[in-house]
Design a binder for this molecule. Structure first.
Ligand code: NAD
Ligand code: UDP
Length: 330
């Protein structure tokens, strides 16, 4: 029996494939390499010493997707494939609604057809949207999302809820990630976005390595202790391990978990920690706020601990060291 991982060559998917394989699972990967490179597959093989069946195509193509289910005995699916750039989603909403929704609906239809009803879905803290308090708990209702990207995640969560209501024999785990960063300690896989990075850590890495001149810190007048935004950063290897636990331990039914450290960290705190642990300088300047950014949010991760026995093992220093180790190796 095997686990199908959609988007398994991407940042979080590749680290999860490693953890799944290290735990003795057979893994099949599908990815169209829209936002990833084929070298990652070789590096996953190097890290694990294992081989993987890999399909390269767009899962919006339902007929091709069916082929995977015909050719393999799959018992569960982890669904990472999707577009994820918040800013780009504001400029190209149709592209985001089309890819993220069609790929997911196709996948669910094919799973239903082959009677495979165990799914782990990559959702996001973005579904909390605007809330009254910064600490996000699964008990809260989804809030108003601030980008088409976030809306696709909220819509998919709703689709999954409706699917489960229609047929209680599905086992669906929705994982809401906060800010995944860091890289595998081997330095062989990490985050390697196309073009100029949008996210904070990949941008820091480009400035630290001299590929970009200066990090723009968006806003220093937020109502936070140092004026910069607060987020909950999670090491990608911890996050990957959360998926293994979700497959093994999530109770039957539809369950939602935050995967995060539970600790709020400001932009400046992250930059300073990165400089300290790697003994280098990151040139930065303060610029205007970025539209759509919320001042502060972080997770309550206790549900994942209580029900899955999962919590983060790596701290901010580990995150900064591993991220830089990956960038230096590139
Ligand atoms: P990523 O872009 O590195 O990985 C996604 C992978 O999916 C890529 O390799 C891409 O080529 C592939 N893909 C996209 N559309 C596809 C399609 N139609 N068919 C086949 N392959 C397709 O992103 P990531 O950071 O690894 O994120 C994985 C998932 O987690 C995404 O769904 C993302 O929205 C979600 N998520 C990410 C973050 C984050 O900050 N990285 C936070 C919350 C949630
Ligand atoms: N940020 C920044 N400069 C950048 C990229 C991000 O100051 O070049 C800030 C951003 O305003 C936010 C935090 O870093 O407060 C994390 O942003 P990111 O885009 O990584 O993730 P988000 O929290 O938006 O999902």
């Amino acid at each position: 029996m095997a686990i199908l991982v959609t988007g398994g060559i991407g940042f979080i998917g590749s680290h999860t494939v490693v953890e799944l394989a290290n735990n003795g699972n057979e893994v099949i990967i599908v990815d169209n390499l829209y936002n990833s490179k084929i070298e990652v597959l070789e590096n996953i093989k190097k890290i694990t010493g294992k081989d993987f069946r890999f399909y390269q195509f767009d899962i919006c193509n339902k007929e091709k997707l069916e082929e995977i289910f015909k050719e393999n005995k799959i018992d569960s699916v982890i669904h990472f494939a999707g577009y994820k750039a918040v800013g780009e989603s504001v400029k190209e909403p149709l592209m985001y609604y089309s890819n993220n929704l069609i790929s997911t609906i196709n996948l669910l239809e094919v799973m239903k057809k082959f009677n495979i009803k165990k799914l782990v879905f990559s959702s996001s803290a973005a579904v909390y949207g605007i809330q009254e308090t910064p600490k996000c708990s699964e008990k809260m209702k989804r809030g108003e999302t601030t980008s088409p990207y976030g809306t696709t995640k909220a819509m998919i969560e709703k689709i999954l809820e409706d699917l489960y209501i229609s047929d209680n024999s599905w086992n669906i785990t929705i994982l809401r990630y906060f800010n995944p960063v860091g890289a595998h300690s081997s330095g062989l896989i990490g985050e390697d976005p196309r073009g100029t990075p949008n996210n904070l850590m990949p941008y820091i890495l480009k400035v630290a390595s001299g590929k970009l001149d200066v990090l723009n810190i968006y806003g220093n007048n937020y109502p936070t202790p140092d004026g910069t935004c607060i987020r909950d950063y999670i090491h990608v290897v911890d996050l990957a391990k959360g998926h293994v636990k979700a497959l093994e331990k999530a109770p039957n039914g539809l369950n939602v978990y935050n995967l995060a450290s539970g600790k709020g960290v400001s932009v400046l705190e992250l930059v300073k920690t990165f400089e300290k642990v790697n003994n280098l300088k990151v040139n930065y300047k303060f610029v205007d706020r970025r539209p759509g950014d919320l001042p502060e949010y972080y997770a309550d991760p206790t549900k994942a601990y209580n029900e899955l026995g999962w919590k983060t093992a790596k701290n901010l220093e580990d995150i900064c060291k591993d991220a830089w180790n990956y960038e230096k190796n590139k």
